[in-house]
Design a binder for this molecule. Sequence first.
Ligand code: NAP
Length: 370
Amino acid sequence: MFSPQGRQLTDVAARTLTDGLVPVGVLGATGSVGQRMVGLLEGHPWFRVAYVTGSERSRGLPYREAARWAQSRPIPPGVADMEVRATRATDEAPLVLSALDAAVAGPVETAFAQAGALVVSNARSHRMDPAVPLVVPEVNPDHLGLLDTQPTRPGGIVTNPNCSTIGLALTLAPLHRAFGVRRLHVVTLQAVSGAGIPGVSSMEILDNVIPFIGGEEEKMERETRKILGVFGGEGIEPASLEVSAQCNRVPVIDGHLACVSVELEEEPEPEEAARVMADFRGRPQRLGLPSAPRRPLHVLEADDAPQPRLHRDLEGGMAVPVGRVRGCPLLTLRFVLLSHNTLRGAAGGSLLTAELALAEGRVPGRSEVP
Ligand code: NAP
């Protein structure tokens, strides 16, 4: 059996391919996002976990000992006894999901792409590389075309945006198409799981709000422009809209809330803007991808919605609830959105991107879905 570059794949890859499912390597599988990935891959119709990796701390341990499991569902039995490997490049799986700490992700993910894998990464390391797609599958699926410009093809790197940016981009995309977004101001209230495991200490966050998340505001500002930008065959022309973000850490376990004020080129009634968001669908819905929500945006009517505890798990945490859509005395429109930061904002988002990549024939050696 041969990889796309003509190199021989290992016996492990040959064995795992025989069940028809695509073998997936999970990098940084022991952390907050990695655990979610492992959970979402259990029983997945297209993918199966081929191996899990971690740092030196975890190397050689069974997964159930290495991961400080923080999910309400038990560790999938097929992964619990897998030995956690060191994170070293291999071509054993044509698809790699990365939940690595950004401090190490950059060169490691490049090495996996050079070994012939398609890497779908949650880390910030490659997000702003001109040749790397930064994808929200409903918003800019065509940006996957950038993979053709990467020197490692058919291996390559695709990135998932920052967890707060994903929900924001999903709500802005239909507004931008219908009315043109000029500029916006967003204030986030972000959950503690966004800081990984163990994350912020209870002494810091209980009875408190921390009005600073390192690098987060800059990420929201620049990533939004790239996602909403135009792919012209060779590169992305960022959208010309202006973004001002203020990010806060709050004592919520999962679910980032964002209060948005946006200036539009046109002045729709709030009801019309709400309808445009509620009607929004993208390629994942048209293709019926396994992790796609039926509706990416749910516009909620209640005056006090959305709320993290009540609404974060809508459509398996993959839909973004939106509420309080109303006029703005300073700009054009105001609304509140909620996105599940480790599901839609990380593991679920990257899994959806991996499904899109497979459906579009961009996973090396796999021309069709199982
Ligand atoms: P985390 O809980 O701190 O997990 C980090 C993972 O990276 C662990 O599996 C850890 O392995 C591994 N790792 C750390 N140092 C390593 C090294 N030197 N070599 C190999 N592996 C190493 O972080 P997280 O919250 O899951 O975030 C993972 C990535 O996703 C980060 O880049 C983060 O910025 C991004 N992200 C997170 C969220 C979120 O909501 N949490 C959302 C979007 C994006 P060990 O456990 O074995 O040390």
